[in-house]
Design a protein around this ligand. Sequence first.
Ligand SMILES: *[C@@H]1O[C@H](CO)[C@@H](O)[C@H](O)[C@H]1NC(C)=O
Ligand SMILES: *[C@@H]1O[C@H](CO)[C@@H](O)[C@H](O)[C@H]1NC(C)=O
Ligand SMILES: *[C@@H]1O[C@H](CO)[C@@H](O)[C@H](O)[C@H]1NC(C)=O
Length: 260
Amino acid sequence: MIFKKVAVLFTFVFFVFCDAGFVDNLPKCHLKDNECLRDLYESVIRDIGKHGIPDLNIPPVDPIRLTNVTVSVLNVVNITMIEGVAKGIKDCLFEKFSINITSEIGHQENTCDLTIKGHYKVDTTSSLAENLLGGMSVHGDGNGKVKIDKLHLKFDFPFYAQRRDDGEIYIKCIYDLIKYDYEFGGKVSFFADNLYVGEQEISTPIIAMLNENWRFVMSGFGQPFVDKAMEFYFRFAGYFFDNVPARYYIIDDLSPYAKP
Ligand SMILES: *[C@@H]1O[C@H](CO)[C@@H](O)[C@H](O)[C@H]1NC(C)=O
Ligand SMILES: *[C@@H]1O[C@H](CO)[C@@H](O)[C@H](O)[C@H]1NC(C)=O
Ligand SMILES: *[C@@H]1O[C@H](CO)[C@@H](O)[C@H](O)[C@H]1NC(C)=O
């Protein structure tokens, strides 16, 4: 997955990172102090989102640039963001954050307003879509936008205290096993132009239909989009946890829990 590559990419710059002052100024928390951990997590995400980590030439990551990111819906429709941006993560409300070192499960909850927009492309090649539409293909290539208000997210993320070759202990999140749940506290709205069935431009009625039925649309087809969004969300977290030894932000001694 994408954030894994990012994590690998940034691991090697860690030593510079240590000198940068950023880590020395982090709040330090006890494992049991959920309020402190929440504040820590919020300030880290805000900081990386707004300023990046200049000493390491990591640019601000909110907005996130999206290039050729494809989401496949039911293997029938591929929607690709050819060139676009997603924004809003740094301004999420971080409501809960806790980590249980014994069960090796962390939990977080937040609420976010997210906007994704840019140059999109839609392809349908499956015979299903063509059969339904009498052989006409649905295709589009234009400007698109999705705005999600108050997306409430809950995550359980397995992790362990990882001792690395440098002797440091890190909170190592197991990204593939993250479980999450979400609900829409607000509305989802769509915009797109240049959407066609066969030769006919249909973006106005289609977008009106999607907007009127956004709840149905998201419950039926929203999952792959939210999955993709999660992948990006955890990049943020990864910048931090994969690069900063736990002793810079956790007061408790993690060595009894550490594993290779
Ligand atoms: C995105 O895809 C298009 C079309 O396949 C290609 O021309 C372009 O180079 C790609 N951009 C990047 C950054 O990979
Ligand atoms: C952590 O998890 C363990 C094992 O599931 C449980 O017994 C313990 O109460 C949890 N601790 C906290 C602080 O929730
Ligand atoms: C969607 O993309 C996948 C992977 O890029 C490809 O294998 C599939 O044929 C595409 N489907 C459509 C409907 O374009």
